[in-house]
Design a binder for this molecule. Structure first.
Ligand SMILES: [Mn+2]
Length: 349
C-alpha cells in the first residue's frame, strides 16, 4: 500500500489504459508499471516508458475483430509508483557517469564498491517488492504483466510465476541474448535477465527471436544449454525469408519449440529500430510489427497458453512520441493475446 498511496495517479482520477474504466479488482489482467532504469546503456529514458505508453494508449481503438469472443478487455494498470521512480532516479544518478565513461571507452572509470553494492542490493529489494505485488494478484487468479522500464524489471514477475506454475517456457523477443552473468559490474543488469531467469528450474525453455547482437560467451551459453535455450537467430530467420520461406513456416517452428505454457518477455529492441528509435540499445535489423502480431495470433491458434508477459525498454522519443505509440500498440497486442489464449483451457492452474 505504501508504494502507491500518495501518488496523484489514483484510480478514478485519470483515464485507464486504453481508455478502459475497468477497476483493478475486476480486471482479469493487471499491468504493473515499473518506471525503472538504473543500468540502461546508451540512451536513457525508459523509466518514462509506462507513463508515455499510458498516454499513447488513449489514441488506440481497443478492438480486435479476430477475438470477438472476448467481450471486453478487462485490463487495468496500477498507478505508477512514485517511490520506485525516485529510487530509480537516485541510483541512476550514481551510475550514469560511470556507464557513459565505459561506453566512451575511457579506461578504468571508478565506481566505488560501496556504490555498486548499494545499487545491486537496492535493485534486488525493488525486484522482491515487485515479485510480492505480482504474487498478490496471481493469488487472486489474475493475469499479471510488467511494463518497463529496463528489461531487468521482469525478474520479479518471473519469480512470482515460478511459484504458481511448475513448468513454463519464455518467448524472449530481444536484439540481445541477456545472458551475461553480470554486466558492467551490475548483478541485475538489463543484459543479465535471462541468466537469472534460467536459475529458476520451472523455466524449461527460453526461445529467443530477434537476436542479432550477442557475445561469443553468450553464444557458448546457448550452445551448452542442451536445448534449454533455443535461439532463432535474426540472420537465419531473415535468410530464410530471402530464400522464399514463408513467415508462417518460421512461426510454426518457433511455436513448436515452446512448451504449452508461455511467458512472453519483450524487449522492444527486438523490433526494427525504425519502430523504437529511442530505446536504450537500438540495433539495425530485427522484427517487423506485423510479423510479431502474426506470430502472437499463431500462438493462440496453436493452443499455447500465455501466463504473463513484460514489455520493456520503450523510451519516449523527441518526435511525436512515436516510440510510445508503437509500445502501447504492442502492449495491446500482448494483452489481447494473453487474454485470448486463456479461453482454450482453465485460467491459471
Ligand atoms: Mn535488448
Amino acid at each position: 500500500m505504501k508504494l502507491f498511496s500518495h501518488h496523484a495517479n489514483m484510480p478514478g482520477t485519470r483515464i485507464g489504459l486504453f481508455r478502459s474504466n475497468c477497476p483493478i479488482d475486476q480486471a482479469s489482467l493487471v499491468v504493473i508499471p515499473a518506471p525503472w532504469e538504473v543500468t540502461v546503456s546508451t540512451h536513457s529514458g525508459t523509466a518514462l516508458g509506462p507513463e508515455t505508453m499510458l498516454k499513447a494508449s488513449y489514441q488506440l481503438n481497443a478492438y480486435s475483430p479476430e477475438y470477438t469472443h472476448i467481450p471486453q478487455l478487462n485490463i487495468a494498470m496500477l498507478p505508477i509508483s512514485h517511490d520506485w521512480k525516485i529510487l530509480s532516479n537516485t541510483l541512476r544518478h550514481d551510475t550514469a557517469g560511470y556507464i557513459h565513461a565505459l561506453e566512451l571507452g575511457i579506461q578504468a572509470p571508478i565506481l566505488p564498491k560501496s556504490v555498486l553494492q548499494k545499487i545491486n542490493s537496492n535493485t534486488r529489494l525493488f525486484q522482491e517488492e515487485l515479485k510480492k505485488k505480482a504474487l498478490g494478484y496471481l493469488n487472486k487468479n489474475k493475469l499479471v504483466a510488467v511494463l518497463g522500464g529496463e528489461h531487468s524489471v521482469a525478474l520479479g514477475l518471473l519469480e512470482a510465476l515460478a511459484e504458481k506454475h511448475e513448468h513454463f517456457g519464455i518467448l524472449h523477443i530481444n536484439a540481445h541474448a541477456a545472458l551475461y552473468k553480470a554486466y558492467q559490474g551490475f548483478n541485475y543488469s538489463h543484459a543479465s535477465l535471462m541468466h537469472h531467469a534460467l536459475k529458476l528450474p520451472q523455466i524449461e525453455k527460453v526461445v529467443q527471436i530477434g537476436l542479432r547482437d550477442y557475445s561469443k560467451e553468450e553464444a557458448q551459453v546457448i550452445a551448452n544449454s542442451k536445448g534449454r535455450i533455443v535461439a532463432f537467430l535474426n540472420d537465419k530467420l531473415q535468410a530464410d525469408r530471402f530464400r522464399g520461406i514463408k513467415w508462417d513456416t518460421s512461426c510454426k517452428k518457433i511455436i513448436d519449440a515452446l512448451p504449452e505454457q508461455v511467458y512472453i518477455s519483450f524487449d522492444i529492441d527486438g523490433l526494427d529500430p525504425s519502430l523504437c528509435p529511442s530505446t536504450g540499445s537500438p540495433v539495425p535489423g530485427g522484427l517487423g510489427f506485423d510479423e510479431v502480431c502474426y506470430l502472437l495470433r499463431c500462438m493462440v491458434a496453436a493452443g499455447k497458453k500465455v501466463i504473463g508477459f513484460d514489455l520493456c525498454e520503450v523510451a519516449p522519443g523527441e518526435h511525436l512520441d512515436w516510440d510510445a505509440q508503437v509500445g502501447s500498440r504492442m502492449l495491446y497486442q500482448l494483452a489481447i493475446t494473453t487474454i485470448a489464449s486463456q479461453s482454450k483451457g482453465d485460467t491459471n492452474e
